[in-house]
Structures are given as C-alpha cells and as structure tokens.
Design a protein around this ligand. Structure first.
Ligand SMILES: [Zn+2]
Length: 324
C-alpha cells in the first residue's frame, strides 16, 4: 500500500440536459440522495427503502480513467497491477449502502450514501481486496461514538481503523520483512488493514517475494561489480538501468521495495549524483563515467547522452518513491 495523491485531479461530469443542465453531475446526484433521505429517513435506516446508486456516475469512465492514471493502474490496498488481469473496481472507502464493524455482524443502514459520488471517497481497487470476504462493507472506527450516521454528521470527526490511502501515509503503519507484510510499531491501523484485507494472502506474498528476490539480486550484483570492468562484462550502468524500471511509480509493491531496499537504492543514487556533480568538461565526463561505470573511452563517448538522460529519469523515480 502506498500513499495516493488525488488533489486537484477530480474529473467534472456535467449534466447534459434537463433542469440541472450544466451542473456538476456528482453534486446533483448527491443532493438527490440527501433529499430522499430527509423525506423518509426511517425507511432508509430500517432498510425498507434502499438507495439506487448509479455506477454509471460513480464509476463513470472519466472517474475510472482518472483513478487508474493517478494510481498507476495499481490497487489502492494491495498495490498489485490490476489492468492486465482484470478491469478493477471503483471502490468506496466508506461503504455507500451499509456498514459493519465485524464481518459476521448484521449490516447497519443506510451507510455513507452521501459519499457515493464523492471523489475523496473513491479509489481504484482489485476485486479481491474489494470483495465481501475482505473489505466489502466492513468499516470499523477507532472510536465508534464518533460514527457519522447520516449526512448531517461531520464525517471528518471519524477516524477509520482502515488506513486511508490518501489521508494516511501507509508507510507509517505497514512495513515489510523481505516479502512478509507486518504492522509498523504495533500499529492498530496497520494490523486491521493487513488482517481484514488479507494482505498476507499467498498469491500476494509470492508476487512480492519474486520482486524482492529480483531487486536483491540486482543490488548484490551492483555491489560486486568493480568500478572498472572489461568491455565484455556487465557494467554497473546496465544494472542501474534495469533497477530503474523496477522502482518506477507504476511498478508494483513500492512500499515493500522502500522498506527493504531504501538505503541500498539511496546509496546507488548517491553514486550517480557524485558522477553527475562531476560532469564538467567532456574529458572529465569520460573519466567520471569510466570510474563509476567501468566503461571504455569509446563507449563512454557514445553513451554520455544516454546516461545523462537515464540519470534524470532515475532521479525522478527516486523523488517520487521517497516523496512523503
Ligand atoms: Zn488489491
């Protein structure tokens, strides 16, 4: 799980016809729900009446595309890449129709109906994290007395026991020992989020382990390659090139990578910064590249431009990776 920033990226869907023509569709639909509740709140609380939420609006293609772009196609909870195996869901962080504190408890209605079309409440999630046996309608709070029971309450007074992917930094609550996920400093939020979303599930562990081992192999390789190697052998630059792609924002399980390899990656970046700082004259460029990457003079001349371009890409990836 990695922090998501949706600030300023909310798509606007305008009503195309009728009395609300030109207005913000999500606000119009939200207002309709609030008015319906006020007209007959007892029926909605008892479940005699239920809201007709329209997935065509909360999961509108503009909303879903924006979330996929912001989240780099990854699930907001397990950080798996979704798009190549399924369509993925637009998930309501606060359940729109009903909520429960424990999975086996009865549902309490009417749920967070007024947040059904709220951009802040919407995330892109995989079907497994979102299904009823995992998150579903489960929504426990730190203090149940602060629960917002309808739209007249202030939802900001609530504190969720699930880690909010945008308002809370998951790295403060979740960490990794190799590919094993665990709560950080006995965090209750970390513990509940891992347990209830089943972030320890086998398939996830196996995927994380495979990535962990690949990155460890690359870093080990980087560390044993001498600064100067014959042309026939792999230079450090090639290892950096492969590593760079594995820590890009769109890559899976960045939280695990940071927890395990943050210091190693920082050291490699420091090496590159040192090389970059010394890029002055053409002659010193070549000498520096030879020193850091172990390349021949001819090869250095050919790849100076490429290396500089790669450095800027790597720096951007690192900045994003370590951005709090
Ligand atoms: Zn997931």
């Amino acid at each position: 799980m990695i922090k998501i920033d949706k600030t300023g990226k909310r798509p606007i869907i305008l009503v195309k016809q009728g009395e609300d023509k030109g207005k913000d569709r999500l606000l119009v639909e939200t207002e309709k729900l609030k008015q319906a509740y006020l007209r007959d709140h007892i029926a909605y609380k008892t479940g005699k009446k239920i809201f007709n939420f329209k997935s065509s609006w909360y999961a509108h293609s503009d909303i879903k595309s924006a979330l996929i772009k912001i989240q780099h196609g990854k699930c907001c909870f397990c950080e798996s890449s979704i798009r190549h195996v399924s369509y993925g869901d637009v998930e309501h962080f606060r359940p729109k129709a009903a909520w429960t504190i424990k999975k086996k408890d009865k549902y309490t209605r009417p749920g967070y109906y007024w947040l059904a079309y709220d951009w802040d409440n919407l995330f892109f999630a995989c079907q497994i994290c979102n299904q009823s046996s995992n998150k579903g309608n489960l929504f426990p709070l730190v203090d149940e007395s602060k629960r917002a029971l309808d739209h007249t309450y202030n939802v900001d007074e609530e504190e969720s026991l699930f880690i909010h992917p945008e308002k809370t930094d998951p790295e403060e609550h979740i960490t990794f020992q190799e590919a094993f996920i665990c709560p950080k400093k006995h965090s209750r939020k970390g513990e509940i989020t891992i347990k209830e979303l089943d972030l320890e599930r086998n398939r996830l562990y196996e995927n994380r382990k495979e990535l962990h081992d690949k990155i460890k192999g690359l870093i080990d390789l980087y560390n044993i390659i001498p600064d100067q190697v014959p042309e026939s052998e792999i230079p450090k630059a090639h290892v950096v090139d492969v590593l760079k792609n594995m820590i890009a924002p769109e890559h899976q399980y960045l939280n695990m990578i940071k927890a395990n390899f943050g210091k190693d990656i920082q050291k490699i970046v420091n090496d590159l910064v040192y090389a970059d700082d010394n890029l002055g004259s053409k002659k010193s460029n070549i000498q520096r590249l030879r020193f850091i990457f172990g390349l021949s003079v001819t090869y250095c001349k050919d790849i100076i431009v490429t290396i500089c371009r790669n450095l800027s890409h790597l720096f951007m990836a690192i900045v994003k990776l370590f951005k709090k």
